[in-house]
Design a protein around this ligand. Structure first.
Ligand code: SF4
Length: 354
């Protein structure tokens, strides 16, 4: 039996199943560097190592040892199925009969990085920037499509001392397709731990990145709060409608609301001139999404929209107006259809920000 064992990003993050398979194995086959991560588990065992670039040789060795009747643990960092040894082994396995294989999953770099950064993942893609086996044109095309789909993007293998072009090309595509203030998380593994850094697309540079850095690029809705990178899923936060909001929407639904800048309002401009006051009371309140400028007032537990300009932009108002009437027929709908309203908000965010 060959167990392709994902050991995750560090010794502490290994799954119990991975631990057990290593302990049960007769022979350990691994890239040299990974052996030190599992030293305490492999005392007295046969250990066969091969260097970087010898992946096929390691897989062949695993098959030979297994056919000799041994229990083999073929070690892969992270998860064996994500740029790991499972794919390598299955590439050659068709040559042989009667070789039993199981794949033991591990924590891949994107999960690990996300856990250190906060909660940045919603729908996401993982793209390796290594063009050793993949044409650069294919990598670029995937990044373009990921941008079009507004996916959060995790980059593996971003660059090495000799391979810098894919990262430069990726950065160019990102800057052409995403806002420059898009949050970016960097998680760099080192021998003595890990470095975690938050930056933006505008400030992202190759100087702070190496081969062992995982890069997470946020999407339209990703924001940073208190040092954490977060992409909201759109959960409804319970609240009661303010009496002034009830009055406002009764007037709006009757078709008697004010459109555009409300110059006769004594508080105009409550944000900055020019501002569109059509949704003076936001139909999405409280959206719980800081990407447009709202935030919780700590201690009071109240959602503040003071810094949200988005709801007062003409393009935003047009997008909402076009779809709101089919959702909100009476004031109660503002609460009863909150999930649908928050979906409309996401739609308009994408339309106005991408
Ligand atoms: S005004 Fe902005 S921050 Fe406030 S609820 Fe509406 S979209 Fe969210």
């Amino acid at each position: 039996m060959i167990s392709v064992v994902g050991i995750g990003p560090s010794r502490e993050d290994m799954t119990l199943k991975a631990l057990n398979r290593i302990e049960d194995a007769d022979v350990i086959i691994s890239y040299k560097k990974y052996v030190k991560y599992i030293e305490d588990l492999i005392q007295g065992k046969e250990v066969l190592t091969k260097g970087m670039g010898k992946e096929i040789e390691r897989a062949e060795l695993a098959v030979q040892e297994s056919r000799a009747g041994k229990k083999v643990a073929l070690i892969s960092s992270g998860d064996p199925g994500i740029f790991g040894m499972a794919n390598v082994l299955f590439t050659i396995l068709g040559k042989y009969e009667d070789v039993e294989v199981e794949v033991i999953p591990g924590v891949t770099a994107v999960n690990y990085a996300a856990s250190l950064l906060g909660a940045p993942l919603h729908d996401f893609v993982v793209i390796s920037l290594s063009d050793l086996l993949t044409p650069l044109s294919e990598i670029k095309n995937k990044i373009i499509k990921a941008c079009e789909g507004d996916f959060i993007i995790a980059f593996y293998n971003p660059l090495s001392k000799t391979r810098k072009k894919p990262f430069q090309e990726a950065l160019k595509i990102l800057k052409d397709n995403r806002r420059l203030d898009t949050p970016v998380g960097l998680v760099k593994s080192k021998d003595d731990g890990v470095d975690v850094k938050l930056t933006t697309l505008e400030d992202l540079s190759s100087e702070e990145i190496d081969m062992s850095t995982t890069i997470l690029i946020g999407n339209t809705m990703t924001y940073v709060d208190d040092g954490r990178m977060i992409t909201p899923r759109g959960y409804v936060v319970p609240y009661s409608l303010h009496p002034l909001a009830v009055d406002f929407y009764e007037t709006y639904i009757a078709g008697e609301g004010v459109e555009g800048p409300n110059l006769s309002c004594e508080y105009y401009p409550c944000h900055a001139h020019p501002q569109n006051c059509t949704f003076c009371y936001c139909p999405f309140y409280p959206c719980g999404d800081q990407s447009t400028g709202g935030h919780w007032i700590k201690e009071k537990g109240v959602w503040s929209c003071e810094d949200c300009r988005w709801i007062h932009e003409d393009e935003t108002v047009q997008c909402i107006q076009g779809k709101l009437s089919s959702l909100v027929e009476n004031v109660d709908d503002l609460q009863d259809k909150k999930k649908e309203l928050l979906k409309l908000r996401r739609e308009c965010l994408r339309d106005t920000r991408s």
